[in-house]
Design a protein around this ligand. Structure first.
Ligand code: CP
Ligand code: NVA
Length: 304
């Protein structure tokens, strides 16, 4: 049984899934391919885009999605992951989970008898990365350019590094030393990049990193779960704000991306996120097209 917990799980299939997403977006796939299928969606953290895009996406595929807030199911009262996974496997065809701990999603996938899809953990956000690369493909015509991530070496950054490596897109991460992505993510991304003819660079020098960038991407400085460090993080990341001065160092046709939610005036200025280079709403829309592709691929193609 295949699950999508990490970009590593689809390292050779990223382009296939992106092509399916484009086919969905352009109406080239039969109507209701997941007719009567059911997806359970467990959320241990807040969500706007992930919840709505999975729910609407499942509906558009002909199926149904069940929103299960952690507080409303017995999992939140301590029912074991094993029992939850085994029982849900008897009722539905797939499980999407947004979890506090990545290891919980791994345990879920081990115990479930159906595909499990990671809708964000502290470690990775693979569905976001797929939607992001769909956006890059559409805006830039492919993956030949330079993708620069500025800010926290977090879940979103991890999945983006891996996916850039898989697609052979040059990637630079500009972050304070203390917030570098985990060493094993860097080495895995470098391995993919070497196989696919691109490079991964990690630097603390944000001005150097954004030179000639085709994409500048950032995320919040305080992710869900990091709230206790808010004051320190605000200070540490202040020099990494994406503002017009930084954008002016990049390619003239640079696009600005952000997974959202964003805080204007912190990781990005309003001038940039609401300005002519911003692709944030196309990017958010692409969550649904990419997720429909993931659902179709894991719940139908891989089951045949
Ligand atoms: N980008 C993203 O995952 O947004 P939500 O937290 O709103 O789902
Ligand atoms: N890094 C952010 C992403 C939100 C979509 C978080 O984990 O809160």
């Amino acid at each position: 049984m295949r699950s999508l917990l990490s970009i590593n799980d689809i390292s050779d299939e990223v382009e296939t899934i992106l092509n399916i997403a484009t086919d969905f977006k352009e109406g080239r796939i039969e109507e209701e391919p997941l007719k009567n299928q059911k997806l359970a969606m467990i959320f241990q953290k807040s969500s706007t885009r992930t919840r709505v895009s999975f729910e609407v996406g499942m509906y558009e595929l002909g199926g149904t999605a069940l929103f299960l807030s952690n507080n409303d199911i017995q999992l939140g009262r301590g029912e074991p992951i094993k029992d939850t996974a085994k029982v849900l496997s008897r009722f539905v065809d797939g499980i999407m989970i947004r979890a506090i701990k990545h290891s919980d999603v791994e345990e879920f996938a081990e115990e479930a008898d159906i595909p499990v899809i990671n809708g964000l953990t502290n470690y990775e956000h693979p569905c976001q990365a797929l939607a992001d690369m769909l956006t890059v493909k559409e805006h830039k015509g492919g993956f030949d350019g330079k993708f620069v991530y500025v800010g926290d070496g977090n879940n979103v950054c991890n999945s983006l590094m891996l996916i850039c490596g898989c697609l052979g897109m040059d990637m630079a991460v500009a972050c304070p030393d203390e917030y570098r992505p985990p060493a094993e993510i860097i080495s895995q991304a470098e391995e993919y990049a070497a196989q696919n003819g691109s490079t991964i660079t990690i630097t603390a020098d944000v001005k150097e990193a954004v030179k000639d960038a085709d994409v500048i991407y950032t995320d919040v400085w305080v992710s869900m779960g990091d709230e206790a460090e808010e004051e320190k993080r605000m200070n540490d990341f202040a020099p990494y704000q994406v503002n017009q001065e930084l954008v002016d160092l990049a390619d003239d046709d640079v696009i600005f991306m952000h997974c959202l939610p964003a805080i204007r005036g912190k990781e990005v200025t309003a001038e940039v996120i609401d300005g002519p280079h911003s692709a944030i709403y196309d990017e958010a829309e692409n969550r649904m097209h990419a997720q429909k592709a993931v659902l179709y691929y894991f719940l139908k193609v891989l089951q045949e």
